[in-house]
Ligand binder design. Structure first.
Ligand SMILES: [Zn+2]
Length: 116
């Protein structure tokens, strides 16, 4: 084959590339992108997951119109919610944003006075 084949996106039981914990890789119905969910079912989750006839794991984000799991779907929590590495990154990002906001508040540009 002249061209290297692109590796298939992960699907099914696997591990998180960031924290190496067990996850289940699914494909979203909306955008066909891989999403990792925690391996245990959780009724608080917002991902309705099922396997199609070929064994692929499919995740459907609950919506207002379809707010409950249907058919063979079961609820799972997106792994990014519980991933310790993702959380640490988010905390750092939030802290940096807070610092930026604070410094802008103390040294920021004086607002232009509103004139009619
Ligand atoms: Zn993780």
């Amino acid at each position: 084959m002249p061209y290297p084949t692109r590796p298939a996106p992960p699907n099914g039981p696997g591990t998180c590339p960031r924290c190496d914990e067990a996850v289940i890789w699914c494909i979203t119905t909306a955008n066909k992108v891989p999403i990792a969910v925690d391996p245990d079912r959780d009724p608080r989750g917002n991902q309705a997951v099922h396997q199609d006839r070929t064994g692929r794991w499919i995740a459907r984000q609950l919506t207002k119109d379809r707010a409950t799991p249907e058919g063979a779907e079961a609820l799972y929590v997106p792994h990014v919610v519980t991933c310790p590495v993702a959380r640490a990154t988010a905390d750092r990002t939030r802290a940096a944003a807070r610092r930026r906001t604070t410094s802008r508040a103390t040294t920021g540009v004086r607002p232009v006075r509103w004139q009619w």
